[in-house]
Design a protein around this ligand. Structure first.
Ligand code: IVH
Length: 672
């Protein structure tokens, strides 16, 4: 039994971390310091190690959609990875040159290399004998995370160097980035699937690099530019930075194409201005240029400032593109879970080559914190970011006619009183059949991981709603091919195909239905856990909160949300209707006694080399075995990893067989 206090603490940590992750990755407005985040994350990990049952699939320790996965092995760089000082004007660049000239006067006429500063995430690639042996993130500069398997999926990174002349051991530094086009596609897809968009390509790249499954990283199609080779054993023949870039190119790396050698600072300044002009057209995010003293002997002579940043390189940052415009109204968008998200309606204004007429305000706390009012003049920026952001109001331009905004007391779409749950920044419309959430709700219901209705994307859903043919997901099941064929852009064939696809979706298991219904806090994994645990919709509907909380992976927060949903008379009506329309309301149970591990009871201990505990547990269960938390006479096998403690001693005392992860995987057989 897991003590209630532990469950509650885990649930609270779960929410706190998820919320901090959202603030960091989606809103680009960190709420916690790195240290604080780490502390919470480690505490949650510790609890989940003690009680693996709590490590639900949607725990932040398991979710790495854009979330840092701190369980990645650490990697110590052979030489520190430095950061860069910034210059925000040409004068600051000149001052930098003067400072350097006092140390090494020859810098004045030795020349510079100028490169675009890519807005991605820094990586360090170790090559031994010309073979890629490790790839790591920058981390704190001294220690990063080992993401070798993920970096190996990036085609721009050579696994074996081409040509000749590389040092026996060296680190190559570069920037992994998300091309803007794939970034936009990724965000469009995430929005379609009801997942929040990434605030910028940098976060998306960092998230993609820290995935647990390299196949996911590969699917994101990351790219990489190399900009530095650091010899550890052996030497480089290149005596200048420009020559080093050319060498990296010959070895098989991609090099940022706009780099140039400039003879002196005035030429640097002209090249910087030219790059600034190009910025809106670049296929990758860039937040400035990097100016580097070209001669490597002078770089050496100039050295670094307390091992943190080099004197010989500086980032010349561009001022973000800014526009000033009028905030005409603050409106609220109803998301598929009922979240009420405020956004600003702006007087259309051009910013970075596109006309913008709205910008998200995220949630009511952001509105209050920025103190934006209807009628305000506001500053809007795009700082290498794709999504425009409201910086704040120009208070000095106020004339007293501006109106402070109050969050709506009722849902703007259906009038139901809005609710704000403790510890959540969003206000919600609790009406499960609110028409405001219908559009997103229907496309989510039809999405692949839910009811998988091919041919029913957002466009089609909008059309069906607009034509008044459907008002809720249940209405989908009453559509006829004749009705559809009368609509624009519906050929007879596609109309009957859609009707067939809708009918076929009735056979989707209960877990897909639960996920598709968009219950607050119920993602794919929780839906599966609930469906498996209860087996039928009727049993889930009849369950009280403690019974729901007892389902594998569900905690008190989820239980409360599911119970509130099930008890709502509007849910009751919807579910009754879906049942009468003939939807499947059961979950096929993994038949016990069917796998190679049938009849065996396992206990896990210590740190396993490649899989997390919950991954191992699910492999065992898939193969028919049972996992328990402590060693007893019933235990048949102990799976032990590094630092195994008392459980190992106990297992030996009971004469329980002890195996390692590799042996377990061999016995469990191929994954189903
Ligand atoms: S040089 C000692 N060159 O910017 C050399 N950095 O703000 C230090 N970056 O961590 C880095 N493009 O991730 C360098 N052409 C470029 C770059 C670049 C992007 C990133 C890099 C670094 C950060 C420093």
């Amino acid at each position: 039994m897991i003590p209630q206090a532990v469950r509650a603490e885990a649930a609270a940590l779960h929410e706190q971390i998820a919320r901090a992750n959202r603030a960091y990755y989606e809103l680009d407005a960190p709420e916690l310091s790195d240290a604080e985040w780490d502390r919470l994350f480690r505490r949650l990990q510790a609890i989940e190690t003690e009680y693996p049952e709590l490590a639900s699939g949607d725990s932040p320790t398991r979710r790495v959609g854009g979330t840092p996965a701190t369980h990645l092995p650490k990697h110590r760089h052979l030489r520190p990875m430095l950061s860069l000082a910034n210059a925000f004007s040409d004068e600051e660049l000149a001052a930098w040159e003067q400072r350097n000239a006092r140390i090494a006067p020859t810098v004045l006429d030795a020349g510079y290399t100028v490169e675009v500063k890519i807005d991605g995430t820094a990586v360090c690639l170790t090559y031994a004998g010309g073979t890629l042996v490790t790839g790591a993130t920058r981390g704190n500069g001294a220690v990063g995370e080992d993401v070798t398997a993920n970096l190996r999926t990036i085609d721009d990174i050579p696994l074996e160097l081409r040509g000749t002349g590389w040092p026996a051991l060296m680190e190559v530094r570069g920037e992994v980035y998300f091309p803007l086009e794939s970034f936009r596609k990724l965000n469009a897809r995430r929005e379609r699937e009801g997942e929040p968009a990434f605030a910028n390509p940098r976060n998306a790249a960092a998230g993609a690099l820290r995935q647990l499954d390299p196949a996911t990283t590969r699917s994101r199609r990351l790219r990489c530019f190399a900009f530095q080779a650091v010899p550890i054993h052996g030497t480089l023949t290149a005596t200048t930075h420009a020559a080093m870039l050319a060498t990296l190119g010959r070895w098989g790396f991609e090099i940022e194409p706009h780099h140039a050698r400039c003879v002196d600072l005035p030429q640097v300044i002209r090249h910087v201005a030219a790059i600034e002009q190009l910025l809106p057209e670049l296929p990758f995010g860039a937040d400035g240029v990097v100016v580097k003293v070209d001669r490597r002997d002078l770089q050496e002579e100039l050295g670094t400032i307390s091992d943190r940043e080099p004197r010989w390189a500086i980032a010349r940052k561009f001022a973000p593109e800014v526009a000033i415009t009028r905030l005409l109204a603050i409106r609220v968008n109803v998301g598929r879970t009922g979240a009420l998200a405020p956004y600003a309606v702006l007087e259309p204004v051009e910013l970075g080559g596109v006309t913008i007429s709205s910008a998200t305000l995220h949630n009511e706390d952001v509105v209050a914190q920025k103190d934006v009012r209807v009628g305000d003049w506001v500053e809007v920026i795009r700082a290498g970011e794709v999504i425009p952001k409201i910086v704040g109001p120009l208070r000095e331009r106020r004339d007293g006619s501006e109106l402070a905004w109050t969050p709506p007391a009722t849902c703007p779409a259906c009038g139901t009183p809005a609710v704000r749950y403790p510890d959540e920044v969003m206000r919600y419309c609790p009406n499960p059949v609110c028409p405001g959430r219908t559009l997103e709700a229907i496309s989510h219901f039809a999405s692949r991981d839910a009811m998988d209705i091919r041919g029913l994307g957002e466009e089609r859903a909008r059309q069906l709603l607009g034509a008044g043919l459907i008002h809720s997901v249940a209405d989908l099941y009453t559509l006829t091919a004749e009705q559809l064929a009368r609509l624009d852009r519906f050929a007879e064939q596609s109309a009957s195909q859609l009707v067939v696809a809708i009918a076929a979706s009735k056979a989707q298991p209960l877990s897909a239905l639960l996920y598709g219904l968009g219950i607050r806090h119920v993602g794919k994994t929780v839906a599966q856990a609930l469906a498996r645990h209860f087996g039928t919709l009727a049993r889930l509907r009849a369950a009280d909160e403690p019974a729901i909380a007892a389902a594998h992976g569900a905690g008190p927060t989820i239980a409360a949300a599911v119970r509130a949903w099930a008890a709502d008379p509007r849910t009751t009506a919807l579910l009754d209707r879906l049942v009468s329309l003939g939807l499947t309301t059961t979950e096929p149970q993994a038949s016990p006694g069917s796998g190679p591990l049938t009849g065996m009871t396992f206990v896990l201990t210590g740190t396993l080399p490649t899989l997390t505990r919950s991954e191992v547990a699910s492999r065992i269960e898939q193969a028919g075995g049972t996992v328990t938390s402590s060693v007893s006479k019933k235990t048949t096998t102990l799976v032990a990893g590094g630092d195994a403690g008392t459980k190992l001693d106990r297992a030996r005392r009971f004469g329980v067989e002890v195996i390692d992860e590799a042996e377990l995987l061999r016995r469990a057989g191929p994954q189903t």
